[in-house]
Design a protein around this ligand. Structure first.
Ligand code: GLU
Length: 261
């Protein structure tokens, strides 16, 4: 029988903090308990936010924590062709449509309801663009993203996202299509991640169904909170692992504090 596959998949747009450490340690522990494999994936599709220094820091911080993972590490920025293949399949089944609206135009016509990330639902102008016209505009180089046609292919659970962006303008991908593609290509069987991402799972399951990909087991863990009960964010740089390390916190202290002694 093949071994379960877990993954830790940070985005390199900041230094890892306690919340990441918790998620990575939990993945490592669950993988070890299940005699599974642990992968590290760098989610760097958004080149405007990713930095090489953060990529290097991720490996250093995880190694410092005592976590080991399988090589090679998959970097999403090297696999745009895979995301494009899936976008092509979704377009062929009319599950997505190209959206040429700039951020400003999309915002101006946004609907009242908002998605779980707090973004207001897209008003749908480009949804009614004839397919041939969308294709022609795309072929002549008009900048566009891709949106899912939720009314056509969605379900009640995923509908909270409205016509979510599956590939961003200029980026050519988005978190949603990249994560679903990679989890499938890497044979991930167990997705262990924070409750903050839980709402996205309905969208990920919908994409898996449309693309005929296996759905992994999902487990969404509680978020680590700071002393004021606020969710820790990367902007709370006082809690980055390297800053803790710099003031003398050891990996042992940290594992103990997070319940992994
Ligand atoms: N890259 C995402 C993040 O850093 C996590 C992706 C996931 O675990 O599905 O928030």
């Amino acid at each position: 029988m093949s071994r379960p596959v877990f993954r830790f998949a940070p985005s390199p747009n900041g230094f890892l903090h306690l919340g990441h450490a918790y998620s990575a340690l939990l993945n490592a522990r669950m993988a070890a308990e299940a005699n599974g494999r642990l992968l590290l994936r760098i989610e760097d599709t958004d080149e405007s936010r990713s930095r090489e220094a953060f990529v290097r820091a991720i490996s250093e911080d995880l190694a410092w924590l005592g976590i080991s993972w399988e090589e090679p590490v998959r970097r999403q920025s090297e696999h745009f062709a895979d995301y494009e293949t899936h976008l092509g399949r979704l377009w062929a089944m009319a599950a997505i449509y190209p959206c040429f609206c700039s951020r400003r135009i999309a915002d101006a016509q946004a609907l009242r309801s908002s998605d779980p990330d707090g973004q207001r639902h897209y008003g749908g102008t480009c949804r009614s663009l004839p397919r041939a016209q969308g294709k022609a505009r795309s072929a002549r180089g008009d900048i566009h993203g891709w949106r899912i046609d939720m009314a056509r292919v969605g379900n009640a659970e995923a509908a909270v996202w409205g016509d979510a962006t599956i590939a961003k303008r200029r980026v050519g991908s988005s978190y949603h299509i990249a994560v679903v593609t990679d989890d499938a290509l890497q044979g991930v069987t167990h997705v262990v991640r924070g409750k903050d991402i839980e709402p996205a799972t309905s969208l990920h399951k919908l994409l898996q169904k449309l693309l005929d990909l296996p759905t992994p087991h999902y487990f969404h863990h509680d978020l680590i909170r700071d002393a004021e009960g606020q969710k820790l964010s990367k902007s709370l740089s006082s809690t980055s692992l390297r800053q803790l390390r710099a003031v003398g916190v050891t990996a042992d202290d940290l594992r103990r504090r997070l319940g992994f002694a």
